[in-house]
Design a protein around this ligand. Sequence first.
Ligand code: 13P
Ligand code: SF4
Length: 307
Amino acid sequence: MSDDLRERVLRLKRERNAVILAHNYQTADIQEVADFVGDSLGLARHAQAADAEVILFCGVHFMAETAKIVNPDKTVLLPDLAAGCSLADACPAGELEQYLTARPGTYVVSYINCSAAVKALSDVICTSGNAVKIVKQVPADRDILFVPDQNLGEWVTQQTGRAMELWRGNCYVHVEFTHASIQRIRAEYPAAPVIAHPECTRAVRLLADEVCSTERMLDYCRQSPAAAFIIVTESGMLHRLRRELPGKTFIAGPTELCACNDCRFMKLNTLEKMADALETLQPRIELPVEILARARAPLQRMLDWSR
Ligand code: 13P
Ligand code: SF4
């Protein structure tokens, strides 16, 4: 059944002249049919460079919106429109607008995990892969508001020394890892470096040997002489690591109360929904022209500043 589905996706991809972009948190079967698998930054770059007529985006809504913003003439499909993000939900554009009305002149650095409407209100966008580099380039005389992830924002301040006002949002998956749960697994595998995503809380980041974006995790593990690693991020990353580095062992960082390192939004996408999306060319991402235009400038600034 799943072989048939896979064949159907690949056939429709050819017929529709589509490219499949998938985030590192997608399930193994989706990663296996994708043309490119990567982190938010790599996906934004590939979306901009895509010359296929259709981009089938296997990730969450803000990522597919980003693809549409950087390459607006393409048809951008998201297999399930309900694939949201707790971080994007934490910062409604109306609330950000109110904040900025009260504090004119604030320089808004937005983590890419936000809606197109929030991007349209921002000065520059960043991802976990380039946040430090981006914040270092913000003019020194400007007050920065960092939205919507307080954990990533706090980590960036630690790395750069740059004070920032932090929006109170978080990733509901990454805050499930706790100091105690990571300490326990570290005691079990003392030789394995701990690698954590910067969306984790400070208490967890303190235990990590490396804090980095999903793509950088791959580089770190490739270069490290260690044979085993504890990976503190969403579960899909383990497939990417095992596929690319088959000689090494990857241990999922445990959460405290449950085995809940699956992002329920990322996991809404399935091969079946991908095939249906390619068949019907729905659901597609449509954005008001004005939002598209206003959101493009801060995204382009990010791409320019992180070259
Ligand atoms: P990366 O940009 O590191 O892939 O992270 C995206 C994300 O949603 C993390 O939860
Ligand atoms: Fe959003 Fe967290 Fe899911 Fe990433 S893992 S898409 S930040 S809810």
